[in-house]
Design a protein around this ligand. Structure first.
Ligand SMILES: [Fe+2]
Length: 227
């Protein structure tokens, strides 16, 4: 995806039918090519009228939307928020799912006790996220985790937290396959959740963990493959 205007529909890292049987391929295709594309188009059309904001990144537009002029703010929060939230959503899934990195797992244990408890807490929050909304796992700058429900296309405050993963709880995400079975949809999503995508505040810590692991494995400082 372009860093700034004009935005483009970002391709998925998997095929539309690769999340089956958990999430129906036609449903994922419509969600990506129609609904997410609509947010791309709306945002580009909006920014075409406000050239002074055309060099803003998507994340900055979302994070600082409340500071924009009133004439722009509501539409911006809907279109940029819709695009950003779907970007995180589609990146929160992978065929077969993927377990958390060690760093994230440590934080999950610190906050929720264990991985299963975290998934249950996420499930419970998503289940009561009625109407149109998203259920997020986010981390703050201290790498502490939190589950947040947002409504419409609102996004957690990106100036203080960063998303790890999100479940889209708008009806268009599941109705075609599960109708009113929100619980079945959440369980299906958990089967394909990609927990290996750490939040940005964990990135440097993860690199440090890897370095420390290597030092512990190779206390002499030998580099694998060299004597
Ligand atoms: Fe959606």
């Amino acid at each position: 995806m372009n860093e700034h205007y004009p935005f483009e529909l970002p391709p998925l890292s998997y095929g539309y039918y690769d999340l089956e049987p958990h999430l129906d391929g036609d449903m994922i295709k419509t969600h990506h090519t129609v609904i997410m594309q609509n947010y791309v188009d709306k945002l580009n059309s909006l920014l075409a009228r406000f050239p002074q904001y055309q060099d803003w990144s998507l994340k900055a537009l979302v994070a600082y939307a409340d500071t924009f002029p009133p004439a722009l703010r509501k539409e911006l929060k809907n279109s940029a928020g819709g695009l950003y939230n779907h970007y995180v959503y589609f990146n929160s899934m992978t065929p077969g799912g993927r377990m958390p990195t060690q760093r994230l797992m440590n934080q999950i244990k610190n906050t929720f006790g264990n991985f299963e408890n975290m998934k249950k807490a996420l499930y419970n929050s998503a289940l009561i996220n009625f109407g149109c909304g998203y259920t997020w796992l986010v981390c703050n700058k201290s790498c502490n985790l939190q589950i947040i429900n947002t409504q419409r296309n609102n996004t957690p405050p990106l100036t203080v937290v960063s998303p790890v993963a999100v479940i889209d709880m708008w009806e268009h995400s599941f109705f075609q396959q599960y109708v009113n079975g929100r619980d079945d949809y959440i369980n299906a999503w958990l089967e394909v959740a990609d927990w290996s995508k750490v939040c940005e505040y964990m990135a440097c810590s993860t690199a440090l963990d890897t370095l420390q692991d290597n030092v512990q494995r190779n206390p002499q400082g030998n580099i694998q493959g060299r004597q």
